[in-house]
Design a protein around this ligand. Structure first.
Ligand code: HEM
Length: 416
């Protein structure tokens, strides 16, 4: 087949446009080129952007793309941590991913549900005494305590550790001191959990055997070796940190309950489903704009040439808002999930493809469950007022959320 030239964005570099257009950067260009593939230049380097179901399917072909060396250093040094599962490929990745998926059993997910529910109960008792709460921070405390209990991690200084987790996911795209705060929190958190791994290995600490701390401390890689202590710690943090980050989706859930009261009523009367509501929150609101990989070897696809080493971005936000994949994508309509065919490539807020073979988020089931428990609590177990506040959210900050971080007042528990 003869080679076709890829639609290409003119100009020297488009990093500034990416910052300006944020989540919509790739989708805008997919629309204007009328193509799910185009070439651009980011940070001085050629980059291919992919979207659509077929684009996502290609992106998750492990023979075509690799992750080693794809993520920018600032992401690895804050959000991911060095040596983590996100940056490995092939057999090594499958071995590491199996370690993550081994703790995602039905029993363990039920245990997490109970822990989350218990923390919501305890926290909401205190909220009744408070004038107001900011749901972003308040839910982070709930999630941190439950995540550590689930992972078997003793929580020494709750406030400090929760703040460290928050910095890890708030800092990657930050500038100046906020970015450096993320680096400091990464070192502090790595050191904290590395010491715990050491204690597990030398018999000083006996965490729950089903939790991430125990399982990852004793996991053996493809050579039969234990993971380096620091890598095991990075992976334990790859469980705790993203559970705390679910606070962003909890805030967006509360925003949706507020802005779409008819959907809230449906949940109260049982005419709607919490699961569909949660799926729509994950589709509708922005979280990660894209994920990235590098071309493994030269290849041709649909007549386009992919050159070894080229940075390639998959449009996560754009696929969730693609008018070819979703009817009226800019409307919040949980019932659209009644007819969804569960394709692994259209609804991809947490990546696509297969959990075990590819890099799709290991914690997607955890996220859905934690959100379901939390939405149920907000709808059926609490009464509260949403006072006037700035509920607008940026489409360029990453991560983003309502500016006021969702203030709630007059909180009362509903006795069931
Ligand atoms: C807060 C909501 C979450 C969002 C929006 C999210 C999103 C993502 C995305 C976009 C990826 C990368 C997919 C790719 O590159 O192909 C990913 C990977 C990952 N996520 Fe999540 N995630 C969330 C929650 C979680 C939770 C709760 C956990 C753990 C309990 C988790 C653990 C992981 C791990 C370990 C990976 C790396 C998987 C791999 O490289 O094979 N995430 N996530």
């Amino acid at each position: 087949m003869s080679e076709t030239s890829m639609p290409k964005e003119e100009g020297l570099d488009h990093s500034l446009a990416f910052l300006r257009e944020g989540y919509e950067f790739i989708l805008h260009r997919r629309k204007s080129f009328q193509s799910n593939i185009f070439e651009t230049t980011l940070l001085g380097k050629k980059a291919i952007c992919l979207g659509g179901e077929k684009g996502a399917e290609l992106f998750y072909d492990p023979d075509k793309f690799i992750r080693a060396g794809a993520a920018p250093n600032r992401l690895v040094k804050t959000l991911f941590g060095e040596g983590g599962v996100q940056t490995v490929d092939g057999e090594q990745h499958r071995n590491r991913k199996a370690m993550f998926m081994s703790i995602m059993t039905k029993t363990q997910l039920q245990r997490l549900d109970m822990l989350i529910e218990r923390e919501w109960e305890k926290a909401s008792e205190q909220w009744e005494q408070a004038d107001q709460i900011k749901l972003y921070e308040a839910s982070q405390r709930i999630l941190m305590k439950a995540a550590c209990a689930w992972a078997g991690v003793p929580l020494d200084d709750e406030e400090k550790r929760t703040e460290q987790m928050r910095h890890l996911f708030e800092s990657p795209a930050a500038l100046g001191p906020d970015y450096w705060q993320g680096r400091t929190s990464r070192s502090g958190a790595d050191q904290w959990v590395t010491e715990l791994v050491q204690k597990v290995r030398n018999g000083e600490l006996h965490p729950i055997r089903e939790g991430a701390l125990y399982v990852f401390s004793w996991h053996r890689d493809i050579d039969g070796e234990l993971l380096p202590e620091k890598v095991a710690a990075v992976e334990v943090l790859n469980i705790i940190r993203p559970i705390v980050a679910i606070s962003i989706f909890i805030v967006f859930s509360a925003l949706a309950l507020h802005q779409f009261p008819e959907e809230k009523s449906k949940l109260k009367t049982g005419d709607g489903s919490i699961q569909r509501f949660v799926q729509e929150v994950r589709r509708f609101y922005p979280f990660f704009p894209a994920t990235m990989a590098k071309v493994k070897q030269d290849f041709e696809w649909e007549g386009y040439h992919f050159e070894k080493g080229t940075l390639t971005l998959l449009d996560l936000y754009g696929n969730n808002h693609d008018p070819h994949l979703w009817e009226q994508p800019d409307l919040f309509r949980p019932d659209r999930f009644l007819n969804w065919d569960a394709s692994p490539f259209d609804f991809i807020p947490q990546g696509g493809g297969d959990f075990h073979m590819g890099h799709r988020c290991a914690g997607e089931w955890v996220t859905v469950q934690v959100m379901e428990v939390s939405v149920n609590f907000l709808v059926n177990r609490l009464q509260y007022t949403v006072p006037n506040q700035d509920l607008s959210y940026s489409h360029t900050s990453m991560p983003t959320m309502p500016k006021s971080q969702m203030i709630l007042t007059d909180i009362q528990k509903v006795t069931s």
